[in-house]
Ligand binder design. Sequence first.
Ligand code: BG6
Length: 477
Amino acid sequence: MEKTMPKNFLWGSASAAYQIEGAYNEDGKGLSNWDEFVKIPGKTYKETTGELAVDHYHRFKEDVALMAEMGLKTYRFSISWPRIFPEGKGEVNQAGLKFYEDLIDECLKHNVEPMVTLYHWDLPQALEAEYGGWESPQVVDDFVHYATYVFNAFKGKVNYWITINEQNIFTNFGWMNGMHPPGKFNEEKLYYQVNHHVFLAHAKTVLAFKEIMPEGKIGASFAYSPSYALDCKPINAMAKMDFDNLKNYWWMDVYAYGRYPRSAYTYLEKKGVAPVVTTEDASILKEAARLIDFMGVNYYQTSVVEYNPLDGVTQFAEMNTTGKKGSGQITGEPGVYKNPPNPYLATTDWDWTIDPSGLRFACKEITSRYDLPIVISENGLGAFDEKTGENEIHDDYRIAYLNAHIYELMKAVEEGSEVWAYCTWSFTDLLSWLNGYQKRYGFVYVDRDEEGGSLDRYKKDSYYWYQEVIRTNGATI
Ligand code: BG6
């Protein structure tokens, strides 16, 4: 590419507490819903847990040193709520707070801008036990209390904040297909009500944040899968519109406009599953929407949309969690839409469509619809990596994947999108929630599989490649 990214562009990489830290019960940390959930046989690939993960809790200095050597501009990581508040509220665990303070200081020492996610899916188990976690409106104030505490603790050190990671994913997996905690199946009304509570927690947190750090930047990270209609058959074009309203705008419109898309709300109301929204809720959502600074986007793939007859596929289908290509199934909403594969695009071993131009599409759509700056908070390729006898990892497929995505991102910027950051998923290899350790995403290989390993770190070829991308501010793309 002839051009480079704008000056001060944040080239980054990301992680999540549960997937890297380990030390699940050390130094006063409380248990999370995931610590409990993974004990249920069959829930995760080969029964993997985050008890040790990749031991980042004890090796964060080594990991940050690798970031510094790479020249990383920003590191997005999440705080584990039960590490700070073991009971979800009440007494603070100072040792937990200190861990994050040390991590942040280590980043700052190396000129790596910390970008902090407040919630990347690990809820204090105590709140799950007390009132069903996100199912109760009580969670809203407990979350805001936790967030406010953390804001005050790291004010002046952390400028970029993400409230909630992929609300659309963890609620869908938790209350519709039973694959994440609390493992509920087809509880559609509850699913929408839970989402409403999460929206309120996000919104009230944004309001609190702007009181504490008016100059700080805050947004939510949404798992955005832009959609293409299968063809120009009007019924498929309509299905695409309905898909976007139900699966994309349902979240992004609330973050950016503070209201639900009307046609989707009407559809859900008729189905008897729409959330209850009070006048007070509506004004809180609106106020927060005016204050958010960016749209956070986790981009992995696009969707094709086709009309789905009433007796068609449901969203309760087999998911590919093994890496055996072709084992995933088509999902959809009967009478509305389904998502067939895209015949023009290749897929990963886990059946995720590879579509670099979808990233440009996502940015342009957000720019047109919301006119907000964008933070790409995740993008990456999950793959089987092999370490050679010389401790080298030749992940040219990952380099090709990331190069093509960054190229499209740079095009999006050229075409008018304001993009502040690009974080790859992930910096080191880590635990994939449902897919174990074999699905690797990192620039840094961790000697760790489902059974164990030395936990030693090795730089992959992509590490050196990204180092050059950062050094040249994208000129090598
Ligand atoms: C996102 C999550 O859904 O995608 C990450 O925010 C996750 O936590 C990543 O690991 C990749 O998904 P998976 O299922 O391949 O681990």
